[in-house]
Design a protein. Structure first.
Length: 297
């Protein structure tokens, strides 16, 4: 456990060492929560597979981290924009400024959950370092009352938010190097936990294959180039063939890989991917008859 710097200490090297130790300790706390992280990812994948939404709930620094994680999912893993939502103080304006005044506004939380019309198909990830932030706790209770499942991430054992959850992720980071600054060790642990949960969930949905983002949305030059590289590697074709497959499938990466590897037309490739529930490994094996395409390693 990291130790807070003693009052009056001004040695910059000691501060640096304490901060580094805090960051390393934070990652160890995430590793200790691996079982809960896996269960949380299962819950997220189940909700998205059933047509529900992944809703991030949080305020302050925790809310900012939650929004950052969720905002990247449609582009990175091709999730429908409507399948990811946020409940934060001030709504969309919260992304530009993380003030702390909204952390105590329970009524705002109830309004946010009500505006989203949260229901039984939805999965809410509630994030709070203390696990007792009034906004987050009120929102979590309202979401549960509406029938949603709740994954809670907190950094204090026995936190109310964890006891309210279906899946509780305890990141026991302890005292901060700078007392009370939960954007440090607690922030690092929360950021890592959120990324692990969402990435593992998307992998369970078939959006990761051999460590590649096979369901990315290539809507700019950088991502189109990445998509081409993915098709080249997985289908074992040259750049020209990969580019042609992507253009023919309107940059549907999974379909492009199957079409290029199995020499299928667009309709055949898309139908095969759909028949395999988006599992690219299975689709490739069926398209080529070659088991080496099946492995996810």
């Amino acid at each position: 456990m990291s130790m807070a710097l003693e009052r009056g200490q001004r040695d910059e090297r000691e501060l640096l060492r304490a901060l580094l130790e805090d960051q390393l300790h934070a990652t160890q706390c995430v590793a200790a929560a691996s079982d809960a992280l896996s269960a949380a990812a299962d819950a997220v994948a189940e909700a998205l597979r059933a047509g529900g939404r992944l809703i991030y709930l949080g305020a302050g620094a925790s809310g900012c981290l939650a929004m950052q994680d969720g905002a990247e999912l449609p582009g990175t893993y091709g999730l429908a924009a409507a399948s990811v939502a946020f409940a934060t103080p001030g709504g969309e304006a919260f992304a530009a400024f993380s003030g702390s005044s909204g952390e105590d506004d329970e009524d705002d939380a109830l309004r946010a959950i009500g505006a989203l019309v949260v229901g039984r198909l939805d999965l809410v990830i509630a994030v709070s370092a203390s696990g007792s932030t009034p906004f987050t706790l009120a929102g979590a209770r309202a979401a549960k009352a509406a029938g949603a499942r709740l994954v809670a991430i907190a950094c204090r054992a026995g936190a109310p938010l964890l006891s309210e959850s279906d899946v509780g992720v305890l990141l026991d980071t302890g005292p901060e190097a700078v007392e009370g600054s939960t954007r440090l060790a607690a922030g690092t642990a929360q950021k890592a936990a959120l990324g692990i949960i969402s990435t593992l969930a998307c992998a369970k949905l078939g959006h990761v294959h051999r460590g590649l983002m096979v369901n990315l949305r290539p809507d700019n030059a950088k991502l189109r180039a990445r998509a081409c590289g993915i098709v080249r590697r997985l289908a074992d074709v040259d750049e020209a063939a990969a580019t042609a497959a992507l253009e023919n499938t309107d940059y549907d990466v999974k379909a492009a890989v199957v079409a290029a590897a199995g020499r299928l037309d667009v309709q055949g490739a898309k139908a095969l991917v759909a028949a395999c529930d988006g599992d690219l490994g299975r689709a490739l094996e069926r398209a080529t008859g070659n088991e080496r395409f099946q492995t996810r390693a």
